[in-house]
Design a protein around this ligand. Sequence first.
Ligand code: ARG
Length: 578
Amino acid sequence: MRTLEKKLNEKLTEIFENLNLDTDAAYVKRSDRPDLSDFQCNGALALAKTMKCPPRQIAESILQKLQNDPDIESVSVDGPGFLNIKLKNDFISKTLNEMACDENLGCEKVESPKKIVMDFGGPNVAKALHVGHLRSAVIGESLRRIMCFLGHNVISDVHFGDWGTPMGMILSQILEEDGDFSKVDTYNIDDISAIYKRANARCKEDEKSAEKARLITSELQNGNAEYQKAWKRLREVSVEAVKENYDELSAHFDLWLGESDAHPVCQQVVDIAQKEGLSEVDDGATIIRLPQANKPMPPVILVKSDGGFGYQLTDIATIKMRYDDLKADQIIYVVDKRQSLHFEQVFQVAEMLKLAPNTILKHVGFGTVNGADGKPFKTRDGGVMNLKDLISLSKEKVRLSMPKPGEVEGYGEPEIEKLIFEVAMAAIKFQDLKSNVGSGYIFDLEDFAKFEGKTGPYIQYAVARINSILRKAALNGIEDGEIIIHADDERSLALKIADFENTVIRAAEIYEPSIIADYVYNLAQIFSSFYNTCPILSEPDHALLVSRLRLARLTRDVLKCSLYLLGIEAPEKMLKSN
Ligand code: ARG
């Protein structure tokens, strides 16, 4: 089905064709002045220059044709040549009735789906996930769902950090402490993290230990069997731990590949660079110098002077694999924006070596989660905030506003716990997704889990409230029916609902889930005003009642689907303690 915006664009395209105007300019956007119009077309302004014709004159000729359209209530030319378009109520309600029967809520699948590889998560062996990993998982999962929803073929890959110097540091620390690897099988994730912490401290203090760790890393990478066996075990334990974390966040990964999996391809990349004459040896290291465009670009180190392959080469080789094996049309990296330079360099080398011709490489860089002091978010005692701690903290906050198990019928301990978890995750995720990806945000410990304001729980409430109306209607045997639009609040709600497809498309275009977060919040508010002025079940006119019931159901479905796209669950019922 076509939503309002697409239907209008089709009408305009036909008119533009008839008038011999460039149809690239034949599109509308939602009006900035909803008091004057529903949609606006600025095509005349765009065409005026090339046509050497005053924009108002072009706009007038479009107006002449549009005026006669039975779906248009009114159209005017304003300012330098904007077309302001107001739609007939029937046109809006007809489209919404179509939307109500459409399983994708009016969102059409893209015409040519792309194979998109999504690289997010990026956890490391031996490190518990901390608050720094939150954004990658939450934004990454949301973008993954958005791209899938639009019909793309998405493959998510966690790109496990399992191959760098930290590996050598841990192995070397185990040798130092245990003498051999006989105890490795007994270590759990906490043991391994503690070993890594001690290793890190020792290597920082003592250059000799650091040197040893580097040596072991390169022996591991070159296939030393003893190191490989111990490393495999460390990796396994870490993957298991991290999987639990990602399950809690409901972040889905199709592939659990790691940096180590790119190792065999790294040498191929080095060979290609050499053959193309693009690499050179500098101080024992093999590097590629990059063209200096508008800012200084440091060279990329392919092979370090000790023979080891580094982070940059791993990412370059991974691009080649994703092109060769997965046939990626696009690779999206959701990684901290402090790694922007890394990705610029990596993308440039991939291009120079023609490793993935025509593949679009995109780094979606996010800002940091900060504490109230504006510095990276820490625990109360100044330590790194683990994801687990953050989730507990949010759950404790939510628990305060929930009834105790047994206080509400049907809600024993497991049901209450499930609800608390879903609300707590909504609070964390929505707070993260409501701000722009690129800007950091201050983790608001006071308000993020509140049931009012721009929060996840507020939207969950809005859904649950509509669910309860729908349940009551069902109990009374009332089914929803044709939408008819009379009141202003019905009209505003309908127009907002119709905006859903466009919202999702815009969010995908600029990799910005916050567009959906804004939308879902506005929709919940608009529904609230509608519900205040337009009674549903107590409405005496039956036709109006069933129409409003359908509007309510459609609102609920769009809210739920939007929350899904943000990675947020919508519980059927919400509870509040007295
Ligand atoms: N493991 C890396 C880190 O902790 C992040 C990986 C990001 N993804 C990538 N393809 N480089 O910094």
